[in-house]
Structures are given as structure tokens and as C-alpha cells.
Design a protein around this ligand. Structure first.
Ligand code: ZN
Length: 450
């Protein structure tokens, strides 16, 4: 009897745990359980959007989709995908609730110019809080930490709000300083002693430069870790890229990479192993798809395609993000079994097919940045007469000698396994190429393909 009773208690505890599934947080859940949970949530989602979303109602009718036939994650492949253009052109038709239920209107830039609105209900905001709470726990956050938020919290920016509410739930200290102004950041670090930062990693280089110029030793500060947003700090083999290297060489802090987007209302966050961002299976289903919308194998680049779970305002089904990543499904050394995503290899639209090799601009930038013989560059892609991609690198060499030219060509051949066209230019010429009227960022990639 005692045994039976104990079993019942265990079963009840399991049920509670499943109802409040926190797979990404602290509990390691089996992959099978996680799949079963996702399948149930997927069925709920299909029912919900087929009733409440004008866009999906129409899409299912057009493709003769019987949602009752979708029972497993494998069945997802029978459903049409959703593109960024759909979300932009039919923005309001994605809304599943009475506008009176909307609390937050967040926005993200669209591919066609005008911004895309993502509307969140109270439940969505709670889901967002859970998402970021899980993320901070994954990135070794505790209630004893103090976080300095070096990012914007207004301008309809979803992430700023997400970090804030996640940290509230965690019980950590929060210093909402906002982006920029290195002097103020350092002054606050010295005064309030944060243990952690949430920051765009390239800004850390600006902080380090300010520290150097003003005789501040960053390694004597209270800061021990940084959650990095918006930019890659690692290569796909998880080693630090040039940005990650520059930061950690000057500052002995632990960096945690994240991958997130407004549309999915979910973040993939690294644990202390730094081996890819962990999926939160209770919040999103992720597929990596090839050009024919087929799931790729692990360790193969594919387009990140997400299905939101538990979103009430604007849920998305098989939404193609345009980001190319690799996934890893073996259990992580941290004990979590959830799938992990590599850093973004590139944007799908920027993929270059050159002499049988697939290349993405970020990888080209990294290898050009790493080369001492190259002082600056612009990557230029165009179509040749038979509409194949051609790759031309405009480079400012260290010097214009034959020896330097040989070193550059040998390096490119070794790293790319193909030889792009190279044109040497002066610093003045490259600076002219890098400035465009419409953009405040320096241009490193020119796409002239037809
Ligand atoms: Zn891990």
C-alpha cells in the first residue's frame, strides 16, 4: 500500500511538472516526453489558429488542410510554411484576439520597408517573462546577481522588456542604464557593482576602449559575465570569433550567446558550456529546412523555421526566419537534453553559391578580419553572364608587394577552398565604398545579383 501511495505521489508530481513544464530551466526531461508535450501543444495551436486567425483559416482552406490529420511533429511537413512577407502584407490577419485584449504593441523591421507589428496579450507577456527567466537560468543567472541592462527598453523593442521581466521573476537586481555612453556605464559599474551585463557584444569593445583610455582595469570590476544579444560571438565550431576573442582577451568574463527574434517571442540561450543556444521546447517548435522545405539532418545548415507554442495574440505556424543555422541534438554536457542551435551562419537571402561552394557573408567577414595582411575590405557579389554568382573581394592590403599578394591568395584558397576575384584598393577608395546615404552602418557587403 505504501509503495502504491508513493507511486501516486510521484505520478501527481510528474503531472504537475508536465503542466508547468520548465525543460530549459533546471529539469532534464527526456526527449520523448518533450516531443509528446509539443505534439499536444501543436494540436491546440492548429485548432486555435484555424478558428481565430483569418490568415491561417484562409491558408488551410486554400491548401485543403485537415488539421485533425496532424498528430505528430513529423506531420508538420504536410503544412504550408509562413514567410516574413506574409506577416508583413497580412499583418492584421495574424491577430487571433479582440484588439481590446492587446496590452503591448511591439514592432520589428520588415523586409519590405514598413515595420511589422507583433501584438501581445497579458498571457503573451507572461509567456515572454517565463521565456527570459528560463534563458537567464540557462546562462547561470541567480537572484544574487545584479544585471546592468545596456539596451533600449522603449521604441517598441520587445527584447528589452523581456529581459526586464525575466530578471524580475528571477529576483535579480536590475540597473536599467540603456545603450551607449561608456563613461556612464563605467561610472555605474563602479558605483552599483553589477555582476552581469546584458549587451550587444560589439559595444563591449567600446567599453574596453574607454577603460583603456581612462586607466580603468576591467578585470578589477565587479562584472563576471555578459549575456550577448544581436551579434555572434562564436564560430559554428563554438570557438570565439574575432569579436568574442577580442572581448575575452581584454576582459576575463564569461560570455553567453543568445539567438532570438520578435516574431518567435522566444530566445535560444547558451548554458555555461557555450555549445549552442538551448531550445525551450515548451515555447516553440523549431525545424531547420532546406530549399525544398524538408528538414535537414543535424550538423547541416538549414533555415530556422519556428512554430510558436502558447502564444495567444499572434501565433505563428512554420514561420521561416531567413536565418541559417545548424542544430545539435545530442544531450549537452550541462545535463539538458533540449536541441541546440549554432550561431547564425548567415541570412538565407545573402547565401552565395560560388564555384560549387556555399558561402555566407559573416564567415567571409570573419576570415578577412582575422587576416593581418588585410586592413579593410568590401565583399562584392554579382551575377555573371550565365547568372551564376561571382565573388569579388575589394581589399586594402598591408602593402602592395608580390609577397603580400601571395600570402593573401594562399590564405583565401586554404580557408575557402575556392579562389575569389581579388582587387586591391586604397584606404580612401574602400571608405568611399563603405558609406551609403541611406545607411548609418558601414557597408561591408554589396549584393548586385540579378
Ligand atoms: Zn547546455
Amino acid at each position: 500500500m505504501v509503495t502504491l501511495l508513493n507511486l501516486k505521489v510521484v505520478a501527481a508530481a510528474e503531472t504537475i511538472r508536465e503542466n508547468n513544464m520548465n525543460i530549459t530551466g533546471t529539469i532534464a526531461v527526456s526527449i520523448e516526453k518533450s516531443h509528446l508535450f509539443q505534439e499536444q501543444k501543436l494540436k491546440d495551436l492548429l485548432r486555435y489558429i484555424s478558428i481565430n486567425s483569418p490568415f491561417y483559416r484562409e491558408l488551410f482552406a486554400k491548401h485543403h488542410i485537415e488539421i485533425e490529420a496532424i498528430k505528430t511533429l513529423a506531420d508538420l511537413s504536410a503544412l504550408p510554411t509562413t514567410s516574413k512577407e506574409d506577416l508583413q502584407q497580412r499583418n492584421n490577419d495574424f491577430l487571433c484576439v479582440d484588439p481590446l485584449k492587446i496590452i503591448e504593441y511591439t514592432s520589428t523591421s520588415g523586409t519590405l520597408g514598413s515595420p511589422v507589428t507583433i501584438a501581445l496579450t497579458e498571457n503573451d507577456l507572461n509567456r515572454l517573462t517565463t521565456n527570459e527567466y528560463n534563458s537567464f537560468i540557462c546562462a547561470d543567472g541567480t537572484a544574487a546577481d545584479n544585471y546592468q541592462l545596456m539596451l533600449t527598453l522603449d521604441r517598441q523593442f520587445m527584447a528589452g522588456m523581456a529581459y526586464y521581466s525575466g530578471l524580475r521573476k528571477l529576483g535579480a537586481g536590475i540597473i536599467r542604464l540603456g545603450p551607449g555612453v561608456p563613461s556612464l556605464q563605467w561610472e555605474t559599474i563602479e558605483r552599483l557593482k553589477p555582476t552581469a551585463l546584458v549587451v550587444v557584444p560589439s559595444f563591449l569593445l567600446k567599453l574596453l576602449k574607454f577603460a583603456k583610455d581612462n586607466h580603468i582595469d576591467p578585470n578589477h570590476s565587479s562584472v563576471k559575465k555578459a549575456v550577448c544579444i544581436g551579434e555572434n560571438i562564436r564560430n559554428t565550431d563554438f570557438s570565439y570569433n574575432i569579436l568574442g576573442k577580442k572581448i575575452t582577451e581584454a576582459w576575463d568574463i564569461r560570455l553567453y550567446s543568445t539567438y532570438a527574434s520578435t516574431e518567435m517571442q522566444t530566445a535560444f540561450t547558451e548554458c555555461s558550456e557555450g555549445h549552442g543556444g538551448h531550445l525551450q521546447p515548451e515555447l516553440v517548435i523549431v525545424e531547420l529546412l532546406d530549399e525544398n522545405n524538408r528538414q535537414v539532418a543535424s550538423n547541416t545548415p538549414g533555415e530556422v523555421t519556428i512554430t510558436t507554442l502558447g502564444v495567444e495574440g499572434m501565433p505563428l505556424l512554420r514561420y521561416k526566419t531567413g536565418d541559417i543555422c545548424i542544430y545539435f541534438d545530442e544531450p549537452c554536457a550541462c545535463g539538458r537534453t533540449s536541441l541546440r542551435l549554432s550561431p547564425i551562419i548567415g541570412r538565407k537571402k545573402q547565401m552565395i553559391k560560388y564555384k560549387g561552394t556555399t558561402l555566407y557573408p559573416p564567415a567571409l567577414f570573419d576570415l578577412l578580419n582575422e587576416m593581418d595582411d588585410v586592413l579593410d575590405f568590401v565583399v562584392d557579389v554579382y551575377s555573371n553572364e550565365i547568372r551564376l554568382d561571382e565573388l569579388l573581394l575589394h581589399l586594402v592590403p598591408l602593402d602592395y608587394s608580390k609577397a603580400c599578394d601571395n600570402r593573401i591568395r594562399a590564405y583565401l584558397q586554404a580557408r575557402l577552398r575556392v579562389s575569389p576575384h581579388v582587387m586591391y584598393v586604397s584606404m580612401e577608395e574602400i571608405q568611399k565604398m563603405q558609406v551609403a546615404e541611406a545607411s548609418r552602418k558601414l557597408i561591408k557587403f554589396i549584393d548586385r545579383r540579378i
